[in-house]
Design a protein around this ligand. Sequence first.
Ligand code: GLN
Length: 564
Amino acid sequence: MKDDKNGNIRFIFITGGVMSAVGKGVATASLGKILQFRGFNISVVKIDPYLNVDPGTLNPIEHGECFITEDVWDFTPVHDSDERSYRISEIDQDFGTYSRFLGIEMHPSHNITSGQIYLSTILSERKGKYLGKTVQLIPHVTNLIKERLMEISRSEKLDVLLIECGGTVGDLESSIFLEAFRQIKLEFPKRTALVHVTLVPYSRAVGQQKSKPTQHSVKMLQSMGLQPDIIIGRSEKPLTDDIRAKISLYSNVPEAAVISNPDLKVVYELPILFEEQGLGDFLCELIDLKAKLVSYSEVNNYSEWLKMVNMYKSASKKVRIGMPGKYFNISDSYISINDALEHAAAHQGYTTELKMINITEGTDIEAELKDCDGILLTPGFGTRAVEGMIASAEYAMENKVPFLGICFGAQLFFAAFCRKYLGLKDANSTEINPDTPYPVVDLLRSQKDVTEKGGTMRLGAQRIVIKENTKLYQAYKQNIIFERFRHRYHIQERFITEKAKEFGLVISSRDETGEIINSIELNREDHWMVGTQFHPEFKSRPYAPSKVYYDFINECVKNKNKSR
Ligand code: GLN
């Protein structure tokens, strides 16, 4: 630990208080952004204290989206051993937020889970790495956590590493990570800062913001030997001076370090708000960072960022996108898609209104889609809502509604096409109906012998070869692109018959072997209907929207203006 070989790196730990979902991810990304404004080379680690090795096996409907990285990582639990490795490219959705704010690609090893740490501990013990010792949480598990962080700090030439701990202070499963933070702070007192993001609720009954929950969560931190340096108060409205003074007094942090994080219409504004409150200078002073000479970059420049935020704020016209699928009450299941749509819209002066249609047996698809300017079919797994999604694709074909299908959405677009134009009744994916008479979507060859579920899909960025004179080519204007994948099934070419081509079905891109169809579309002048097996949303950035999403929104806007 003593020698982290990057003797100058600063560590900023971010913890959460009171409850989860207070926007710690956005706060972390915004802290990173204000450091980028000062020219620092930064990156982010997210710790997820659950026992899954990665979030790929979690239900997105309960847990939110899974973010896919460019690289696929071979995670070897025991270093330099013949122990098997695990493929990881599916990581926490907060990495989507980090990437969108910071414009950097993070390696999958930046998402540390308890599952990975304990797997490493136990398998190392079996290998004899701790021979003679009783293997314990402290120091063995904490050492492993610290090693993971030091490895990143050694291999990437960073000025600052931000480390966000998922969950809420006081959770049993995160306490071992907080203990590791305490040890690192003890070792490098001048190079570490602890930022606590907490909820400051507003009591309507007394008409006041309340600091008590924050006081309690700070006490909890203190009982673990951690004193926050900065407190970020999440609240509906900016923190009043009174409440800031109170939080400062009870939490033992200077008033200048109690920062407001109110609800915002445009989340990208948060770094600007942090700057206005002097957080950047306070933080740099705290960990002795001298601002660098900033080489001009559009993404990391304060005034460019401000300009971009103003563009988002002034986009006022609405474009309504129908998203039929299965939903419960979590709005994060497709957050990268929602954001990609928003990016594409803002750059055309629009803001999106997403109509999430939760399909049940009684849903009247036509009635639901009638007032939508475009339809997006989401990625997904499993049977529920599939028939309604296929019907939605048929509705798009019939009514010439601009349509974008992503992954599962593209597969169901193809099933709808086969049913409607080729007369293949009950055409389906074998994932949904293994006995379908027309398996128009079936397992990838590479998936046939796969039995394990975690990290075994076709993952990460892959080379895509685009055919010219297609809508996809019009969007990208390039023959070769890289986009990210996460699937087991794919569209079966043998069903793309002469008749299918006559009805306008076009294969617009393939993988480099030519075997895997990467996208399809309809060859029609008056209707934009595209399905991609890949997920362009993961690379969409607020200042650089995904090209396919941009064209999709452009068509939706045209459709809106035509119909009204
Ligand atoms: N379930 C489909 C498959 O595995 C689609 C996956 C997805 O939409 N990401 O191929």
